[in-house]
Design a protein around this ligand. Sequence first.
Ligand SMILES: NC(=O)c1ccc[n+]([C@@H]2O[C@H](COP(=O)([O-])OP(=O)(O)OC[C@H]3O[C@@H](n4cnc5c(N)ncnc54)[C@H](OP(=O)(O)O)[C@@H]3O)[C@@H](O)[C@H]2O)c1
Length: 309
Amino acid sequence: MQILITGGTGLIGKQLCKALLAEGHELTVFSRNPASVPAKCGAGVHAIGALGEWHPGKTFDAVINLAGEPIVDARWTARRKQVLWDSRVTLTKELVRHIATAGRKPAVLISGSAVGYYGNRGDTAMYEAADAGEDFAAQLCKAWEDAAHAAEQVGVRVCLLRTGLILSNKGGLLGRMLPAFKLGLGARLGNGKQWMSWVHIDDYVAMVLKLLHDSFASGDQASLALASGPYNMTAPQPATNAEFTAALAKALHRPALFAAPAPLLRLAMGERAGLILEGQKVLPGKMTAAGYRFQYPNLDDALGNLFGR
Ligand SMILES: NC(=O)c1ccc[n+]([C@@H]2O[C@H](COP(=O)([O-])OP(=O)(O)OC[C@H]3O[C@@H](n4cnc5c(N)ncnc54)[C@H](OP(=O)(O)O)[C@@H]3O)[C@@H](O)[C@H]2O)c1
């Protein structure tokens, strides 16, 4: 297949490109720094520096849309919120405009979102049918999904990736947590009761491939119907922050005796502290129903795999 990927140079994108190349697909990655694409995504991967380079005569069989400015890295000023919005919602709208004008349209658009879609939901289990939350992250995810969903109007199957906290030993959440944990300074955040809906990157990539291939199953309406709409891209056993802290400390053979007080975190981080002090217990209802079998359903096994147990 010919596949266009935005965000292909990121933590998830690089791993996904590797898996797609191994299956023999031909990849084009949209990046603000196209010269970096072959080194990050694989020799032979084409690069475009603007979506305008996708001219109507060029055919892609599938589009995977992962681009987005990192959400946790900087304080949410009005300007930063606009950057976060433009890099997801505005870019996705532009992508869908290109899909709509393509001579032959891709069969499927697989587009990013996050478990933050649900907002802060306490201990209630969240399945795909639940409503979006009210906070900024939730509204950002909702608008991002709505922008992608518009591609259905031109006959493209759309899958939305409500992505959990990706566990990888190459960066992301664990990349941020490891320095303190390795020094034995790992700490529970606030009261530690907030849910963390995590997923091992190998499972994540395998689930994206499943969505891609299910959508290409020819003539099988039941299978086609499975691979559309939102998917909770999380492991089936989410953990509270206290459980996650203890599991990571155990995997690294370090103590984690501290607690970072919520007021201090809110002072230091402002509104985005909600990302780590609040949470949602998200379960992969549709993936499980579609028959996906997790390689790492259990947090200890996922961390053990990443840290060489
Ligand atoms: N990792 C997680 O735990 C997690 C959890 C939930 C949701 N997600 C979402 O899943 C997506 C991929 O995650 P990731 O961890 O792979 O992210 P990442 O490592 O931060 O990579 C993000 C990608 O987006 C592109 N990008 C960043 N800012 C952009 C902008 N202003 N305009 C266009 N492209 C931009 C970058 O490409 P170039 O620099 O090459 O242009 C980069 O490849 C993100 O949208 C993220 O919000 C991730």
